[in-house]
Ligand binder design. Structure first.
Ligand code: RRO
Length: 312
């Protein structure tokens, strides 16, 4: 079975990869993904300068999921840009993703100018959905702001670029965001980031699970799969065909990957469960997805991508 996929003419040997933020913050993490069967890597969302992030404890694992309020700890754009450029020199045939998440429009434009002026020829994933920077709302929920940002970005940025979106929960919001995204030459959208501002508590201690923001943080894992699938499907039905979809959220096994692709994902990212298992997850998920495809007689991703059936 062929697990490869294509986005904007770039072929990825495997449709599965890590989700930004999880085990991708330094050279060691990224080199482990490179050595695995994952089809690509995405780097931890970068800001212009090094950031420490929020105070600890800032992540708590739960059965089947997790809550995090990392607060964008990262080594700064230069570190990640340097890594992807060196990797690109070694493996010029591979496309990878560089995630950027400025906490202001100015920071995003500064970083994208730097990437535009560099030799980088991979995909940028512009994160419009970090839920964990105190005082900074998730940009993806402010539709006018998303429009403004994309106008300013595409005024100069000419390389392949996609956006990482927060989950939406109303069909009107799918209509509104898709209408905006369709105005721009986006290469992909990635749905979804963590479900923002959940609250996990410890009933014995009668206390919240993490320190930042009074315990509020982004939720990942099995709980968010239905929301992730709804967003992949909802956007797949509304976006112009030139915009590919990367599906992220609630992927623990091969069936979850299969479901994301049925909903329209061209590529699938794994966050929480990759955090739990490490890079060996990509071999397991590949085996599980291949077994499902074999049983159904599917030879390639294209045989079932977006082909979800409904009752009407
Ligand atoms: O670093 C984080 O707190 C973080 C980010 Br930037 C994000 O996009 N999503 C998330 O769950 N955590």
């Amino acid at each position: 079975t062929d697990l490869s996929t294509t986005i904007a003419g770039r072929t990825f040997s495997n449709c599965m990869m890590n989700a930004a933020g999880v085990r991708c913050a330094d050279d060691n993490d990224l080199n482990q993904i490179i050595a695995s069967p994952a089809g690509a890597y995405v780097t931890k969302s970068a800001t212009p300068n090094v950031r420490e992030g929020n105070p600890e404890p800032r992540m708590k694992s739960l059965p089947g999921g997790c809550i995090n309020s990392m607060g964008l700890p990262n080594h700064g754009l230069d570190y990640y840009l340097n890594f992807v450029l060196q990797d690109q020199a070694k493996r010029p045939d591979k496309t990878n993703l560089l995630s950027v998440a400025g906490t202001t429009l100015e920071d995003n434009l500064t970083m994208l100018h730097k990437v535009e002026d560099s030799e980088f020829n991979g995909f940028v994933e512009l994160n419009l959905s970090c839920p964990n920077v105190p005082g900074k709302p998730q940009v993806g929920y402010d539709f006018d702001r998303v429009h403004e940002i994309l106008v300013q970005v595409f005024d100069f940025y000419d390389k392949p670029l996609g956006v990482k979106l927060p989950p939406y929960f109303d069909l009107v919001h799918f209509d509104q965001i898709a209408k905006i995204l369709n105005e721009f030459p986006l290469t992909f959208v990635n749905s979804i980031n963590s479900v923002g501002n959940g609250l996990v508590i410890d009933p014995n201690a009668e206390r919240v699970a993490i320190k930042p923001k009074g315990g509020f943080g982004g939720i990942g894992g099995t709980f968010i799969k239905p929301t992730a699938l709804a967003n992949v499907r909802g956007l797949s039905l509304r976006l112009k065909p030139e915009i590919a979809i990367i599906g992220t959220g609630g992927v623990m096994n091969g069936t979850d990957v299969f479901e994301h692709i049925l909903c329209g994902a061209s590529m699938v990212q794994v966050g929480t469960q990759f955090g739990f298992e490490g890079t060996r997850i990509f071999k397991r998920l590949s085996k599980e997805l291949s077994a499902i495809m074999d049983a159904k007689g599917y030879q390639s991703i294209a045989d079932f991508k977006g082909k979800l059936k409904t009752f009407d």
